[in-house]
Write a protein that binds this ligand. Structure first.
Ligand SMILES: CC(=O)N[C@H]1[C@@H](OP(=O)(O)OP(=O)(O)OC[C@H]2O[C@@H](n3ccc(=O)[nH]c3=O)[C@H](O)[C@@H]2O)O[C@H](CO)[C@@H](O)[C@@H]1O
Ligand SMILES: C=C(OP(=O)(O)O)C(=O)O
Length: 421
């Protein structure tokens, strides 16, 4: 069992190195399996538990994978895939397992999905994925525990997503990339990670237009080839470090090429946090007290639901009442109870939370219920009096690489411990 121990009170200062994006690298590993020849090289790979699970899953279906941790590089040879089964014991541990389906369908004619994991955030349906595969000509058999998707060749079609699902868009693009003819995906996701995956697929030989418009057209091609691609920076990791500077009264230079925090930056600016772009570096600092804020989560370019939890911690440390409206997931407020154990005053009413700040936070034993509530508790610990112990640290490790070491280098008193329990 992994546990984080944080002793609060230190301002974070220095240069924070932002990792590659979890939500870009996972679909890219799925995309690499579409190449029937050659070796794919992925650079700027975040060394997180989800990537380790994705490597195990790629190996389980027959790919040869090298994860060079210190070089943050993955080399994937998918020329021989041998199994269409996504085994429960790996697939249930991360959401990204769903992104292996298109490659198995194209390469082996079927995908047998024994389970899909990911953060526990309420209902997380996959109906858009399955409806899309069906419209492309696949047979989908949704059993109690196992889902069997079968196709002897897919054919382009017009697809529509009820809401712009992130992995749904990526999966349907990958399924369409090697289908016969043209596919149009309406109401597609606009997230930068989706565009990065489109860039990689385009280098591989896919013919995709309309990325970032909500209407994506894919002209199917005969084959895709292995390429080298550098994973974009993780805007969620960057957002967390910006917030860490804000709540500790610190000053950080965020290094990660082309970093754009979008609406998160504007919201933090409204709270009193100062940002300055210095070429490729984003400088962030906060001197005065934080002002309260209103947040409404939405798909890109709206406020990312994955930063809603860390922002709840920031709001708890602001002077006044903040309002948060969570519109993507129906179970993403488990953090409130944990923050309240530390002395916060957060009231949840359905999809809305009222955060009454600022109350002093006191370190105690708390539990991460998912990746982002985990990192939000680390932030709370950095600003709390005394020591905070955060259990289920594995969930934090799913999405943040070398977190304790990176924060310690900036002055934080944080350790990652392995306990018996
Ligand atoms: C690995 C990865 O990239 N994970 C991200 C991805 O998850 P993921 O791709 O799973 O999230 P989606 O965008 O698909 O889901 C958003 C909402 O749509 C609903 N929905 C989705 C698909 C579907 O077929 N039917 C359906 O009803 C879900 O229940 C949820 O309420 O986007 C989320 C929303 O930005 C992020 O929090 C996750 O970090
Ligand atoms: C919800 C998240 O991830 P996943 O979709 O991988 O569970 C997240 O990154 O906050």
């Amino acid at each position: 069992m992994v546990r984080y121990r944080v002793r609060g009170g230190n301002a974070l200062r220095g240069t924070a190195f932002i990792q590659g994006a979890k939500n870009a690298v996972l679909p890219m590993i799925g995309a690499a399996l579409l190449a029937a020849r050659g070796r794919t090289v992925l650079r700027n790979v975040p060394i997180i538990e989800d990537v380790r699970r994705a490597v195990e899953l790629a190996e389980a279906v027959g790919a040869y994978v090298e994860l060079h941790e210190s070089e943050r590089t993955l080399v994937i040879d998918a020329s021989r895939l041998t199994s269409a089964v996504l085994p429960a014991e790996i697939a249930r541990r991360f959401r990204g397992s769903v992104l292996f389906t298109p490659a198995l369908l194209h390469r082996l004619g079927e995908a047998i999905i024994e389970g899909i994991g990911g953060c526990n955030l309420g209902s997380r349906n996959l109906d858009f994925h399955y409806l899309g595969y069906k419209r492309l000509g696949a047979l989908v058999d949704e059993g109690e525990t196992v889902i069997h998707v079968k196709a002897s060749g897919l054919t382009g079609a017009t697809l529509y997503l009820d809401t712009p699902s992130h992995t749904g868009t990526e999966n349907l693009i990958m399924a369409a990339a090697l289908a016969k003819g043209t596919t149009v995906i309406e109401n597609a996701a606009l997230e930068p990670e989706v565009l990065d995956v489109i860039d990689m697929l385009t280098k591989m030989g896919a013919r995709i237009s309309g990325g970032g418009t909500g209407f994506i057209t894919v002209e199917g091609v005969e084959e895709l080839h292995a390429v080298e691609h550098t994973v974009m920076p993780d805007r969620l990791d960057a957002g967390v470090f910006a917030m860490a500077a804000a709540i500790t009264g610190g000053e950080l230079s965020l290094v990660g090429t082309g970093l754009d925090l979008g609406v998160v930056r504007y919201k933090l600016e409204q709270m009193g946090v100062e940002f300055a772009r210095q070429g490729a570096v984003l400088h962030v600092r906060c001197e005065g007290p934080l002002r309260p804020i209103n947040i409404i989560t939405d798909t890109y370019p709206g406020f990312a639901t994955d930063l809603q939890s860390p922002m709840m911690t920031v709001a708890a440390l602001a002077d006044g009442t903040s309002y948060i409206h969570e519109r993507i997931f129906d179970g993403r407020f488990a953090l409130a109870g944990e923050l309240n154990k530390m002395g916060a005053n957060v009231e949840v009413e359905g999809s809305r939370a009222i955060v009454r700040g600022r109350t002093p936070l006191i370190g105690t034993q708390v539990t991460a219920h998912d990746l982002r509530s985990g990192i939000a508790l680390v932030l709370a610990g950095l600003a709390a009096e005394g020591e905070t112990h955060i259990d289920s640290g594995y969930l934090i490790d799913r999405g943040h690489a070398h977190l304790a070491a990176r924060m310690r280098a900036l002055g934080a008193d944080i350790t990652r411990e392995i306990s018996e329990r």
